[in-house]
Ligand binder design. Structure first.
Ligand code: SF4
Length: 289
């Protein structure tokens, strides 16, 4: 009999929480609760059942982040309210509810005096929509590249938000209001800049907020394995050489202390440390040829 995918992965530890076989290995659970999940045969499994209220909360956050709803509990329990968006730094929150349409990419909500901003798109779900509606709506939806559009149109329509994307990826978001050309930075709001970064896709861009937070889409991420900045070499769809040139230019022209990725972990350190790591990353890959 063919498996439906809803059965437990045999690698899960015994207990109520488990991951089923529909997991697409997007990594979101392992970012949210690295102490409770690991990777086995290119899928996530539960390695330890939560035993404290904080761990229970992290498990629920992981379950709500999962794009395939693969993190489940038997017997079921009512989900706790208010877990997303999860603010982790001044006005910047992780949305959770990663979408299968973006292969489970992370998205972020930023509270701003000039109007709130969504970076890439989570699922258009009631708990998030209600939160955004109760906290000032949305002024802008910022798309880092063509792969992470997901429910952006629904978010933009619901809140009358402008939608930004680079021309080279704009066919993925024909509803966009602000299509950016060329390779020069463009101001979206005061202290919020779109920085073209072709490479992962032709139209990939970064969004730099307050010379601190760099929203990178799939152009750059923090590797938990190497505890360093990294690029998705095998998932570079356009050109790794072009991507390295783009990142070298970012290191020359911009400063940031936090990297917030679509796929991959986020991390904050000092601006100097980020700069040095980015330069070293580019040099390392160029030396590898
Ligand atoms: S979030 Fe879901 S799909 Fe992604 S790795 Fe975790 S269990 Fe798998």
């Amino acid at each position: 009999m063919r498996a439906s995918g809803s059965e437990r992965h045999p690698g899960n530890v015994a207990g109520p929480w488990f991951v089923d076989r529909r997991c697409i290995d997007c990594d979101a659970t392992r970012q949210v609760a690295p102490d409770l999940f690991t990777r086995v045969d290119r899928q996530s499994v539960v390695t330890r059942q939560p035993t404290t209220p904080a761990e229970e909360e992290r498990m629920w956050r992981a379950a709500l982040a999962c794009p395939t709803k693969s993190v489940r509990r038997d017997p079921p329990q009512p989900r706790p309210p208010g877990l997303y968006p999860h603010e982790f730094a001044d006005g910047v929150a992780y949305c959770g509810y990663n979408s299968p349409d973006s292969y489970g990419a992370n998205s972020f909500l930023v509270r701003r005096p000039a109007g709130n901003v969504l970076v890439d798109s989570p699922r258009f779900v009631r708990p998030l929509v209600d939160h955004v509606a109760a906290h000032g709506g949305l002024a802008h939806v910022l798309l880092t590249h063509r792969d992470d559009v997901a429910d952006a149109e629904r978010w933009a329509q619901r809140f009358g938000a402008r939608v930004w994307i680079h021309r080279a990826d704009a066919d993925a978001a024909p509803f966009a209001t602000d299509v950016v050309d060329g390779d020069e930075p463009v101001e979206v709001q005061p202290e919020l800049v779109l920085v073209p970064c072709p490479g992962h896709t032709r139209g990939s861009v970064l969004f730099l907020l307050e010379d601190r937070f760099l929203f990178t889409g799939d152009s750059l991420y923090w590797s938990r394995t190497h505890e360093d900045l990294a690029v998705h070499v095998r998932q570079t769809w356009y050109s790794l050489d072009v991507q390295l040139a783009s990142l070298a230019r970012v290191a020359e022209e911009h400063r940031f202390s936090a990297v917030l990725a679509g796929h991959g972990s986020r991390h904050e350190t000092t601006r100097e440390d980020m700069h040095d790591r980015l330069v070293a990353l580019v040099d390392r890959h160029r030396a590898d040829g």
